[in-house]
Write a protein that binds this ligand. Structure first.
Ligand SMILES: Cc1ncc(C[n+]2csc(CCOP(=O)(O)OP(=O)(O)O)c2C)c(N)n1
Ligand SMILES: [Mg+2]
Length: 537
């Protein structure tokens, strides 16, 4: 890119533009005005929110949907500390988020400037790199290197902060945007994995977020079809095969424990979501994008490398392989039975409304390229059970950090990145409280999104387990019937409350047609208990 004649902020923005980052999510603070100056000068869109948590979650969702780095600019001190939970979520999710921070001036450090805080010890523990720019001529290189670090597997957030006094006139080199080469897997490890799949009677792929980040959808399809392997999905793996593909399975994951003899986990940790890597008697293999993603707690055959490359090489396998048609048929039958018993739940006329009915109505209305966002407890878990995803990037959940409050930030970015797709944000009533004020940002930036609140008047995922364990509960109740739709109307959007099952569908139609941020506040059954086997993993 070469020499940029401009202050440190100009160099930083130029470095980011080199990686095709075209939007900055932010909340104002004097320490970061030079970043705004640069964004204006270099044609970078600026989307401001009502909480730094939303700005940072928005940066993460931008990354998730574009598979490019996402950018949050946060002011010194409280701006950066407000971004900590969302940055930590990005850390757990392996999402390439770049946080640019303000910082009190270096020349006066120790004298007690406003918001004089060293952010590095905090950010160091939740990012791949945390750096302060002390020399203004070095800003372009430092930001370039940070972005490249964020975007290299295993991806994750980075932070660079700028003491106010590095924003004086300067010039600095901004390197050409370069990403590291894809990590080639060890051919012997891939060949051994291919043999394991070829010899297995009942193999399965479990496809996770890093397969998505590695853009492995085409090679996944090729490998799954080559061997005839049923696929299951986790996190951003959902949609890597369309939900209606004959090798895509949604409702029969439980069968893996009982029946599979090989589970190949692709690009997701062997964590609580996957029984810590144990699937009954099945042999487990693990394909990870980088060495540090190896599981330390179980001893499994592990292949390290770009997941798209691993799958493409598997798809080249030409040796003998077992026929898996009986296995696929067994799963297909089980899937069909589960789908038809789900059908009763999806159309249930229960009064009060069951969450499943909400998803029945939504499912009928979702287009194939819809983006569905989850933020909540049980209401979000039900979405995981019932919502079918047809395209990569069609599903955004908070991920294994489980941080409530991602909702509005994710929605802001989703509408920014996908101006024409349906965006459906599913909120528990508890979760809604974390970020609902950012409906104001949707309204100001003209970002229409459909929000659906599953309003059971409680922190349901806490209340029901507390009752089951203690026989009592505390700090679990919210206002029953609270009019979250009125909040959205007050902020300039639309909304309505629904308490009859038959009214859900028409309300969703009005919401999708409205062209404004619109919240459908569905009063759901407080006694509905999500069938959960473990809570804290
Ligand atoms: C930031 C944060 N605080 C607290 C929790 C603990 N927590 C997990 S689920 C949940 C309840 C969510 O309630 P709601 O959004 O209303 O969904 P429901 O379970 O009622 O459907 C809580 C409090 C969390 N995961 N994240
Ligand atoms: Mg609730």
């Amino acid at each position: 890119m070469g020499l940029i004649e401009g202050h440190a902020g100009e160099q930083a923005v130029a470095a980011l533009r080199g990686f095709d980052v075209d939007t900055m999510f932010t909340l104002n603070g004097g320490h970061i005005w030079p970043l705004y100056d640069a964004a204006r000068n270099q044609g970078m869109a600026v989307v401001d929110t009502r909480h730094e948590s939303s700005a940072t979650f928005a940066a993460e969702a931008y990354a998730k949907l574009t598979r490019r780095p996402g950018l949050a600019a946060l002011t010194a001190g409280p701006g950066l500390t407000n971004g900590v939970s969302a940055t930590t979520s990005a850390w757990f999710n392996g999402s390439p988020v770049v946080v640019l921070g303000g910082r009190a001036p270096q020349a006066r450090w120790g004298a007690g400037s406003l918001q004089e805080m060293d952010h590095l010890p905090i950010y160091d523990s939740i990012t791949k790199s945390a750096t302060t720019v002390f020399d203004p001529t070095d800003a372009g290189r430092l930001v370039h290197d940070a972005v490249a670090t964020a975007a290299a597997a295993h991806r994750g957030p980075v932070m660079v902060d700028f003491p106010l006094d590095v924003f004086g006139p300067s010039a600095g080199e901004v390197p050409e945007a370069t990403l590291p080469e894809r990590a080639a897997p060890d051919p012997d490890a891939v060949a051994a994995l291919a043999e394991m799949i070829a010899r297995a009677e009942r193999p399965a792929f479990m496809v996770g977020s890093d397969a998505y980040w590695d853009r492995a959808e085409a090679s996944l399809l090729a490998a799954a079809e080559t061997f005839g392997v049923p696929c299951f999905f986790n996190g951003m793996g959902r949609g890597m095969l369309a939900a209606d593909h004959e090798l895509a399975f949604l409702r029969t994951r439980g069968l893996l424990k009982q029946r599979a003899d090989l589970v190949v986990v692709l690009g997701t940790p062997l964590d609580f979501r996957l029984g810590f890597g144990r699937f009954g008697e099945a042999t487990v293999a693990h394909v990870v994008d980088s060495d540090e993603q190896r599981a330390g707690h179980v001893d499994v055959h592990t292949v390290v490398g770009d997941i798209s490359v691993v799958l493409a090489e598997l798809a080249e396998h030409r040796g003998e392989r077992r026929d898996h048609r009986d296995w696929i048929e067994e799963l297909t039958d089980a899937e069909r039975r589960a789908a038809s018993s789900d059908q009763a739940l999806l159309t249930a006329d229960d009064d009060p409304i069951k969450p499943s009915r909400v998803y029945g109505e939504l499912g009928r209305r979702l287009e194939r390229d819809a983006v569905v966002i989850c933020d909540g407890g049980d209401f979000a878990s039900y979405a995981g059970k019932f919502v079918e995803v047809h395209q990569p990037g069609g599903w955004l959940d908070t991920g294994p950090y489980g941080c409530l409050g991602n909702g509005l930030g994710y929605a802001i970015a989703a509408r920014t990145v996908r101006p024409d797709a349906q965006i459906a944000l599913l909120l528990g009533d508890g979760a809604a409280g974390f970020s609902l004020m950012d409906v104001d940002s949707l309204v100001r930036h003209r970002l229409p999104v459909v929000m659906i609140v599953g309003n059971n008047g409680m922190w349901g995922l806490e209340k029901h387990p507390m009752q089951a364990i203690y026989g009592w509960d505390l700090a679990c109740d919210l206002q029953p019937g609270c009019r979250y739709d009125e909040v959205v109307r007050a902020l300039g959007g639309g909304g309505e409350t629904v308490s009859e099952p038959a009214d859900i569908g028409p309300a969703l139609d009005r919401a999708f047609a409205s062209g404004v941020p619109y919240l459908v506040n569905v009063i759901t059954d407080p006694d509905d208990v999500y069938p959960r086997s473990s809570n804290l993993g």
